[in-house]
Ligand binder design. Structure first.
Ligand SMILES: [Zn+2]
Length: 236
């Protein structure tokens, strides 16, 4: 049966070519969203295989994080920036799931996912999620969870208010701005667990910091962090 499906897919792709979202080349069987060449060319960090990597160091003294890693580096011309734009602003939830799945297999292969009990996406504020129709971090979390069948819970960490624009604020003010922004519900479900918090991009780390602190305040937990991308300035 699978042969018939493959033949049908190949036949359909003659008429409905699927372009690579980065270089527009036609995707072949087995490729999703990006062609193999663009996937291999994407700038990746090696954070998952290094303890005390630069992202982990960025949280030192701010919140207690077991491990932290990001798939790629976010800067002006980076491929990941374009892909995250599609995920957030053009409805391409499949991009988040594909990249999450890809990163999940990288992380699993390195032992980074060992001991993780539950995946928790960073929540959006309710109005923004209503406008967008979905939370992009949940798409990434679902991709990350797929290989190991880990539970993804978006009903534990809640965003209680709306953060103001952060673009013109200094680091201290940003921290002030998100402190107390998140609360935890159903804290009995996380007690004693190792949680993996997932975001799309880590820019200053202050959102993640507020999430991690809220989870620690709610119970006896370990928290690790991953994102699809980290701003270049955080890794310098
Ligand atoms: Zn391509």
């Amino acid at each position: 049966m699978s042969n018939i499906k493959d033949i049908t897919d190949d036949f359909l792709s003659l008429f409905l070519p699927r372009p690579c979202l980065s270089c527009r080349a036609h995707l072949v069987r087995g490729e999703e969203v990006l062609c193999t060449g663009c996937l291999l060319a994407m700038a990746r960090t090696d954070f998952h295989s290094r303890r005390d990597n630069m992202l982990e160091q960025a949280f030192w003294g701010r919140c207690q994080v077991e491990r932290a890693a990001a798939f790629s580096v976010y800067n002006r011309g980076s491929r990941i920036r374009k892909l995250i734009h599609l995920l957030k602003y053009e409805g391409r939830q499949d991009v988040g799931r594909m990249l999450g799945g890809l990163y999940g297999s990288v992380l699993s292969g390195s032992g980074f996912m060992d001991g993780i009990d539950m995946i928790i996406p960073v929540p959006l504020d309710a109005a923004r999620e209503r406008r967008r129709g979905y939370n992009q971090s949940l798409c990434i979390a679902e991709g990350l969870a797929s290989l190991r069948g880990l539970p993804v819970r978006s009903d534990i960490l809640c965003r209680t208010g709306k953060s103001g624009s952060q673009t013109r604020r200094g680091r201290y003010e940003r921290w002030e701005n998100v402190e107390g922004l998140f609360t935890v519900r159903k804290s009995d479900l996380i007690r004693g667990r190792h949680l993996l918090v997932v975001d799309d991009v880590i820019t200053t780390g202050s959102t993640i910091e507020a999430c991690v602190n809220a989870l620690h305040d709610a119970g006896d937990v370990k928290v690790s962090v991953v994102s699809l991308a980290v701003a270049q300035k955080l890794t310098l």
